[in-house]
Design a protein around this ligand. Sequence first.
Ligand code: CO8
Length: 259
Amino acid sequence: MEYSFLKIATEGNICILTISAPKSLNALNSTILNEIGDFCDNFDCNKYRCLIITGDGEKSFVAGADISEMATLNVPQGQTFGQKGAAVFRKIETLHVPVIAAVNGFALGGGCELAMACDIRICSDNARFGQPEVGLGIIPGFSGTVRLARLVGMGMAKQLIYTGKAIKADEALRIGLVNEVVPQADLMNRALEIANQIAANAPLAVKAAKLCINAEYDMDANEAILYENGIFGRCFATEDQKNGMAAFLNKGKCEFQGK
Ligand code: CO8
């Protein structure tokens, strides 16, 4: 598929996806959502060990879902649009490599929801986060009511969603919505630094860790502990485990092959 709104770049075994619709501050219309979905479906998890998602320009990560597209929707169309965004974001959340959101400006509505579907969020000092939907007569519809409370706790999620007020980067850091704030000029370098730290580790183990953390979140403790144990045991079937431990014992460094 040819992409009209996505730019894709490669840095070694890291992939960088830039959402690019500058006229609308990278707001997500159906075409962009379809393109991101297609990108995820065709993402080569053997070639790449980490994905970074960012927005084009210095002003906005993603300024939400496209309000001009939503303005005339009826009930079933609204549900279909919401399902599309939620399904695409779930593809990101369950991608077999870690995904880092490099939030370079506005992350509002669907933009904040997109960032929350990523594994790790870092942002520039000019970033703004918020869920302004109730000011438009809707609610967060790309799983924002699900993920925000899980990330920052129910009380803070309710305040952000009910007031619709945007918060600055330092407040997002304080409440745990982002992991780090860096000057804008350093954002991509820092994202790449984290991505390379991840990429230096055993890819199958990183994939297994992501699977565990995501799946166990919805389980009770006993079920989760058993689940982890099953996946942990299977790590011992990998060459990476054998080579990684042998390298440690020989005081060497392992170049993991993902096998
Ligand atoms: N959708 C469409 N166009 C947008 C959007 C958007 N979300 N955000 C910005 N734009 C457009 C503006 O209309 C403007 O276009 P034009 O130049 O043609 O007038 C252009 O981008 C630049 O924007 P501004 O002139 O407004 O720039 P400012 O610097 O003055 O303001 C803001 C920047 C604060 C980001 C402002 O643009 C804004 O408030 N944008 C809307 C933010 C918002 O409310 N986002 C949430 C949208 S709702 C949502 O995401 C719901 C997700 C779940 C959907 C479920 C579906 C059922």
